[in-house]
Design a protein around this ligand. Structure first.
Ligand SMILES: [Ca+2]
Ligand SMILES: [Ca+2]
Ligand SMILES: [Ca+2]
Ligand SMILES: [Ca+2]
Length: 276
């Protein structure tokens, strides 16, 4: 698998968005980007996935811009730990979290940390007094605060516990419960392991660590669900029949989506949102 320059299907702002990345592989495929009005979607899995003749590893991101060419972004992290959460911050920076202790961007990163490619640790579990070994397994953003999920139950404040399926908000040095998923139908045996909040439309995109059912909606760990307060749950992307077809039993463990045209400022030349 050879590295090639940024594909012709990508445009200048890609270079702004992803200029820090070590390499990119473009792979022809029949694109079926999930139909939620996004310009581009970014996915990671917990296993190697075959995509149109290439292999996306668990530390890679697969980017679908709807053009018919999938891009696998290669970071060159030294020990290739699984990226179990990824986000592009609206205030700048690419955020990563890993499933085990590793080195990234020049420093040690614990599983419970979120590191920015350009701004160091943005979330430091041990500095907040969380138990050693706790893993942040999903990350997104809301109104400048971080949204995240843990792989185990965590006491946020005395008496307030977030379960592994819950969404937690982190801002101004404090943690509190953003979304109690078991209160809105999610089986408590599931662990939320991928998260993206579409802030403009108020829709959460969520994936779990295994199969389950919410009302009549059945899903797998490779699927991505949408939860819209007031409207409920729907399937956003099937893991096994969409652009990035994951093998049976594989898990989608990271998601990020870029809003559609005319909603991100790019057309007006405002690239500040996307500056690393
Ligand atoms: Ca992954
Ligand atoms: Ca992690
Ligand atoms: Ca979780
Ligand atoms: Ca999943």
């Amino acid at each position: 698998m050879s590295l090639i320059p940024t594909p012709a299907t990508t445009t200048g702002w890609w270079n702004v968005v992803l200029g820090l990345l070590a390499g990119v592989v473009g792979l022809a495929s029949t694109s079926t980007a999930f139909a939620e009005g996004f310009e581009m979607t970014v996915l990671s899995a917990d296993v190697s996935a075959l995509i149109a003749g290439g292999v996306a590893e668990d530390e890679h991101l697969v980017i679908d811009d709807g053009s018919g060419v999938l891009n696998i972004f290669l970071f060159g992290f030294p020990d290739a730990r699984d990226v179990d959460g990824y986000h592009q911050s609206a205030v700048g920076g690419h955020w990563f979290t890993f499933d085990s202790t590793t080195s990234a961007f020049g420093q040690v990163v614990e599983p419970g940390d979120v590191i920015s490619a350009t701004a160091g640790l943005r979330f430091d579990a041990s500095a907040l007094g969380l138990a050693r070994g706790v893993d942040v397994d999903a990350v997104s953003e809301f109104a400048g605060d971080m949204l995240l999920s843990f792989s185990t139950a965590v006491e946020l404040t005395p008496g307030q516990v977030a379960d592994d399926e819950d969404v937690v908000r982190y801002g101004a040095g404090t943690l509190h419960l953003q979304l109690d998923l078991s209160a809105i139908g999610v089986p408590p045996n599931l662990d939320l392991d991928a998260l993206h909040l579409d802030e403009e439309r108020g829709v959460y995109y969520l994936s779990f660590d295994g199969p389950g059912q919410i009302a009549s909606l059945r899903f797998e760990g490779s699927d991505l669900l949408a939860y819209e307060p007031g409207a409920g749950w729907r399937m956003a992307r099937r893991g096994r029949d969409a652009t990035l077809p994951l093998p049976r039993g594989a898990d989608l463990d990271g998601v990020f989506a870029i809003p559609g045209l005319f909603s991100d400022g790019f057309e007006t030349g405002d690239l500040s949102r996307w500056a690393p």
